[in-house]
Design a protein around this ligand. Structure first.
Ligand code: PLP
Length: 414
């Protein structure tokens, strides 16, 4: 993978000046926009005029200048022609599936994906839209190929999977998808900047910007990054799921997020640095730690090959402590005894967040699907934050592990 520095990659993001020359973009709060000539309105409806065709706006659910500016920054971040910012990650994912698939169509998806996406594919879409899904081990390319039928329209995977941190072989999946005339859609929520799936051959990237891109656990947001014609199709006034379901981002949210993109690279680098140090520490203590940066992780070489090295191997790690009871005890000590982090779902926050995946963000999965994905009841997902000093955090971690008997005693050298 190329070695673009964080600064270079952020320099690719187009800067928007405010209305009066402000160094930040302006917030355009209007939901509706006037025209000087009545004939312009039908032209906008027909797609002949728009933000890039005469600077024309119509209605906020369609385009808003502030949200559109953020979308262009997301497109630059992901190397796509265009993007659309949504009010949540699920809004982006659902709209993408509904754009590509019609009733009767089929999706091949990774068996380790976020529980909400699993429920959408496994329960909601078959019942409500007649769109079916087959879940496969996405790293077993033969199984992926076998699952493709004449009705398949897309292959779906997460770049770094939630919660098991399997790494998608995007170039191989893209070759497979394109060989069968289907699209490859990648959820890049866990690895913005770390991986750029469109550069590696994916057709569409979706994001939950609620996570690392926001970085403060205060905003629910998402994005779809794709070719211009795909995004325009999704915004079609007659058949576009973005227009008709309306998962539109609020302009004030778009403005807030625009102030966070410039330091995303610094945050990702520090999340990744600390997660790597903690993963190595837990590994050295003989614990069952899952982190793509560890040489014994099944996708370590793949991650080394596909990821930008400035960001380590991501800010999330997994720790399997054997049982849900042991997981709960450890998280309780880490939060209430040592203030190491918080027992909360989600990820990408500046503080560490810990959750027991099987009983929280993957609880939608059937027991059989949890087992197939490798999610055991004692699996804790930790999104490593960057507050406090690293040494202090390592001491807290060792202290809590010792308290619950997972290591003998604090083995810190004098
Ligand atoms: N994709 C992944 C990988 C996630 O982890 C999540 C949420 O946890 C989502 C999508 C959904 O995002 P949102 O909560 O912003 O709708």
């Amino acid at each position: 993978m190329n070695e673009r520095s964080p600064v270079e990659s952020l320099a690719d993001i187009r800067h928007e000046f405010g209305e009066h020359g402000g160094v930040n973009m302006s917030v355009e709060a209007s939901t509706t926009f006037t025209v000087m000539d009545p004939s312009t309105i039908p032209e906008i409806f027909e797609g002949g005029k728009g933000p890039d065709e005469g600077g024309c706006y119509l209605y906020g659910r369609h385009y808003n200048p502030t949200v559109y500016n953020l979308a262009r920054q997301l497109a630059a971040l992901e190397g796509s022609e265009a993007a659309y910012c949504t009010s949540s990650g699920m809004g982006a994912i659902a709209a993408t599936f509904l754009q590509i698939c019609e009733s009767g169509d089929h999706i091949v998806a990774s068996n380790t994906i976020y529980g909400g996406t699993y429920a959408l594919l496994h329960d909601f879409l078959p019942a409500k839209a007649g769109i079916t899904g087959t879940l496969v081990d996405i790293n077993d390319l033969e199984s992926v190929a076998k699952a493709i039928t004449s009705d398949t329209r897309l292959i779906y995977a997460e770049s770094f999977s939630n919660p098991m941190l399997r790494v998608a072989n995007v170039p191989a999946l893209a070759r497979l998808a394109h060989g069968h005339g289907v699209k490859l859609v990648i959820d890049n929520t866990f690895s913005p900047l770390l991986m750029t799936p469109i550069e590696l051959g994916a057709d569409i990237v979706v994001h939950s910007m609620t996570k690392f891109i926001s970085g403060a656990s205060d905003i629910i947001a998402g994005a779809v990054c794709a070719e211009e014609k795909v995004i325009r199709g999704m915004m079609d006034v007659q058949m576009g799921p973005l227009m008709l379901f309306g998962p539109t981002m609020d302009p004030k949210v778009a403005f807030d997020l625009s102030l966070r993109l410039p330091h995303l690279s610094l945050r990702m680098a520090e999340h990744g640095r600390r997660a790597a140090i903690m993963a190595h520490e837990l590994d050295a203590l003989g614990l069952d730690v899952i982190y793509p940066g560890l040489t014994h992780h099944p996708d370590h070489e793949l991650a080394r090959h596909l990821c930008r090295h400035d960001y380590g191997f991501g800010g999330v790690l997994g720790l399997d402590v054997g049982s849900e009871e042991a997981a709960n005890q450890l998280m309780e000590r880490l939060q209430n005894g040592y203030r190491f982090g918080y027992m909360a779902v989600s990820l990408g926050f500046f503080d560490t967040l810990m959750s027991c995946s099987g009983s929280s963000t993957s609880s939608e999965l059937t027991d059989a699907d949890k087992a197939a994905a490798g999610i055991s009841p004692g699996y804790i997902r930790l999104s490593i934050g960057y507050t406090g000093s690293l040494n202090q955090r390592l001491e807290q971690l060792r202290g809590a592990l010792a308290d619950v008997g997972l290591i003998k005693s604090d083995p810190t050298p004098d």
